[in-house]
Design a protein around this ligand. Structure first.
Ligand code: BTN
Length: 253
């Protein structure tokens, strides 16, 4: 087995044969104890995986990475919490790029990882706040690895195996993911925000490319993503005017 080259991420792993949701498990652990920073909850069989905005996360038993990592980003103000999103998204993007052609991998705002126009990984961050600081974060990550048939996971799922025709060693991949997560978390912690933000924008799906989007009322419009504001909202040029969208206000068409 490959050595794990980290200081803290993945040094403690709760390896569960089956669990409803690794995020739920991590949140319960946090409510009952003080797990060390970097503690991971990992399972081969997640039976009620949670996705963003109340959706579900499909994962065939034994085929994929489904895990959560506990962080204590108490150095981060609540108003800057999107930076944590950027760090975790960049870590998963770095990870996927190790195995696939770099040019095909991107981050679909806010934190889906795409290969071409297909989703390979999803991230669910759950923060607990004290006053205006972040006390703890559960970073839940689902990466499609060896699964080749998908029933429900929208939209347009893909996996490392579908992209390459190869089967991957999940243990080895997990160690490599822990290393990417630690590197990006430490980049954030050491205040190197600018390179992190530049990397995020440099990898953003449809950045600076005119494309079709859909408003929450169903209207389809053409716009160009121009950036992200301090709170992590999407900045777009729509008919020559800068417009800002929240997560629930816009869909990629
Ligand atoms: C999304 O794209 O909707 C986010 C999906 C996040 C899925 C992961 S799998 C491990 C962790 N535990 C959960 O219940 N969800 C996250």
């Amino acid at each position: 087995m490959r050595r794990l080259n980290t200081l803290f991420v993945g040094q403690v792993v709760h390896d569960l044969p089956t669990v409803a949701s690794t995020n739920e498990y991590a949140l319960t652990l946090l409510s009952k104890s003080n797990p060390a920073e970097g503690t991971a909850i990992s399972t081969g069989n997640q039976t009620a995986g949670r996705g963003q905005i109340g959706s579900q996360w499909e994962s065939e038993p034994g085929k994929n990475i489904t895990l959560s990592v506990i962080f204590y980003p108490d150095f981060l103000l609540v108003k800057n919490q999107f930076q944590l999103n950027q760090a975790v998204a960049m870590a998963v993007c770095d990870f996927v790029k190790k195995y696939l052609p770099v040019s095909k991998v991107s981050i679909k705002w806010p934190n889906d990882i795409y290969v071409g126009a297909r989703k390979i990984a999803g991230i669910l961050l759950q923060n607990s706040l004290i006053n205006n600081q972040i006390r703890s974060t559960v970073a839940g990550i689902g990466i499609n690895v060896n699964q080749t048939v998908f029933a429900t996971n929208p939209p347009n799922p893909t996996s490392l195996c579908l992209e390459t025709g190869e089967n991957f060693d999940l243990e080895e991949l997990r160690s490599s993911l822990f290393e990417r997560l630690e590197a990006r978390f430490l980049q954030l912690k050491s205040g190197k925000i600018l390179p992190l933000q530049q990397d995020y924008l440099g990898n953003l799906y449809r950045f600076q490319a005119p494309a079709k989007f859909q408003r929450s009322d169903g209207e389809i419009f053409e716009g160009t993503i121009t950036g992200i504001d301090e709170s992590g909202r999407l900045k777009m040029a729509v008919q020559g005017r800068e417009t800002i969208f929240d997560l629930k206000e816009i869909r990629f068409h």
